[in-house]
Design a protein around this ligand. Structure first.
Ligand code: BDR
Ligand code: CA
Length: 318
C-alpha cells in the first residue's frame, strides 16, 4: 500500500465535522496526525472537548488535539450555531468524557510543528473558520513550503451563501483569515457550497450508522439526528448536506472532481452586504479560456461520485 497521507485537521466540531473526523480515522489512505480546533459551530474549547471525546470513543486517543483561536481576526466569537449543531456542537449528544486533555500548544503551533515533522507531505484539511491557519501563516510565512496541499470546506462560487445572501459560514466567520489563506503560495482545493450541498446523507444511511455495534459509530448516528431536523425544510425530507465529509473525501484522494477549474479567488473582507463572499473568477467557464497560469487554487464546482455511499462504507469498514 502507498504511504498514507499525513493529515492535519482544523475543525469546529460540529456535526458534519464529526463525520469528517470519523472518515479520516477509518480511511486507509489517511493518517490523521493532529487536530486543531477553532470557534465556529461551537467554541474552540468545546470543539476540542468534542474531538477528544470522539477520538477516545473510537479508541484513537493518541492523536494530539490542540485548542486554537477562540476569537477571529477582526471580531470576537459570536456564540456559534446551536440551532444547527446543538448546544454542545454535537447535536446535544453527551459522550463519555475522555481522560485525555488538549495538547498544550496552540493549534497554529501544532500545525507548524507537524509541517516540520511531515515536511513536503503534510496535507492540511480545514473545515471550520480559517483563523488558525491565518495565525500559522503569520507566525511562520515559510509554512506553505512544507505543506503538500490544503483542502478547505468553504465559500460559495456560483450559488447563494448559507449565512448571508452571498457568504458561506466558514468564510463569513473570518473573512480576513480566508483571504490570507487564499493569498498564500500553496495548492488549495476549495470545496464550496456549490458541491457540498449537492451531496447528502439519507435517513437510511444514518440508520446504518445507528445500527452498528461500535459505540463510536452509533454515536455518529445520534449526533446527526438534530442536524437532520435542521435540514428538513431545505431538502423536504430527513437528510443532511455533507459539507465537511466531502472535503475530507477529497483530501483523501478518494475521487477526482468532475469540474474544478484553477482560478483566482478573493474574499470580500469589508463590512457591507458582500462580507465573506468568495469571488472566484469563473469568466472562463462562460466566455472562453482565460490565462490563469501560476494560480494554485482550484474551486470544486462538480463532483459526480457516490460520496455518501463511500463515506458510510469506509466508516462502517473502519
Ligand atoms: C460549514 O459551516 C459549518 O457549520 C459546517 O461544519 C461546515 O464546515 C458549512 O457552511
Ligand atoms: Ca465545520
Amino acid at each position: 500500500m502507498p504511504d498514507r497521507i499525513p493529515v492535519y485537521l482544523d475543525c469546529d466540531t460540529g456535526v458534519d465535522d464529526s463525520l469528517a473526523l470519523a472518515y479520516l480515522l477509518a480511511s486507509p489512505a489517511v493518517e490523521l496526525v493532529g487536530v486543531g480546533t477553532v470557534s465556529g459551530n461551537t467554541a474552540a474549547a468545546q470543539a476540542a472537548r468534542n474531538t477528544l471525546d470522539l477520538l477516545a470513543l473510537a479508541g484513537r486517543d493518541g492523536i494530539p488535539v490542540a485548542v486554537g483561536a477562540h476569537d477571529h481576526l477582526d471580531h470576537p466569537y459570536d456564540g456559534g450555531a446551536p440551532h444547527v449543531h446543538g448546544d454542545n456542537g454535537i447535536g446535544g449528544v453527551v459522550l463519555p468524557r475522555a481522560d485525555a486533555e488538549p495538547d498544550p500548544r496552540t493549534a497554529a503551533q501544532l500545525l507548524v510543528d507537524l509541517s516540520h515533522t511531515y515536511a513536503g507531505r503534510l496535507h492540511v484539511l480545514a473545515i471550520g473558520p480559517l483563523t488558525n491557519l491565518a495565525h500559522a501563516l503569520a507566525a511562520d510565512p515559510s509554512l506553505p513550503d512544507r505543506v503538500a496541499a490544503v483542502t478547505v470546506m468553504g465559500g460559495a462560487a456560483l450559488v447563494p451563501g448559507n449565512i448571508s445572501a452571498v457568504a458561506e459560514a466558514n468564510v463569513y466567520n473570518d473573512p480576513q483569515a480566508a483571504a490570507a489563506l487564499l493569498a498564500a503560495d500553496w495548492d488549495v482545493t476549495l470545496a464550496p457550497l456549490d458541491v457540498t450541498l449537492e451531496h447528502t446523507l439519507s435517513e437510511e444511511q444514518r440508520r446504518m450508522l445507528l445500527a452498528d455495534e461500535r459505540p463510536f459509530v452509533r454515536a455518529l448516528g445520534s449526533i446527526l439526528d438534530h442536524y437532520f431536523d435542521f435540514y428538513l425544510p431545505l431538502y423536504g425530507q430527513r437528510m443532511s448536506a455533507l459539507h465537511d465529509p466531502l472535503a475530507a473525501v477529497l483530501a483523501a484522494g478518494a475521487f477526482t472532481p468532475t469540474r474544478a477549474p484553477r482560478v483566482p479567488v478573493v474574499v470580500d473582507t469589508g463590512t457591507g452586504p458582500g462580507r465573506g463572499q468568495t469571488i472566484a473568477d469563473l469568466r472562463g467557464q462562460r466566455l472562453g479560456p482565460r490565462d490563469h497560469d501560476g494560480v494554485r487554487t482550484r474551486v470544486v464546482l462538480a463532483l459526480d461520485a457516490p460520496v455518501a455511499e463511500h463515506l458510510v462504507e469506509v466508516i462502517l469498514a473502519g
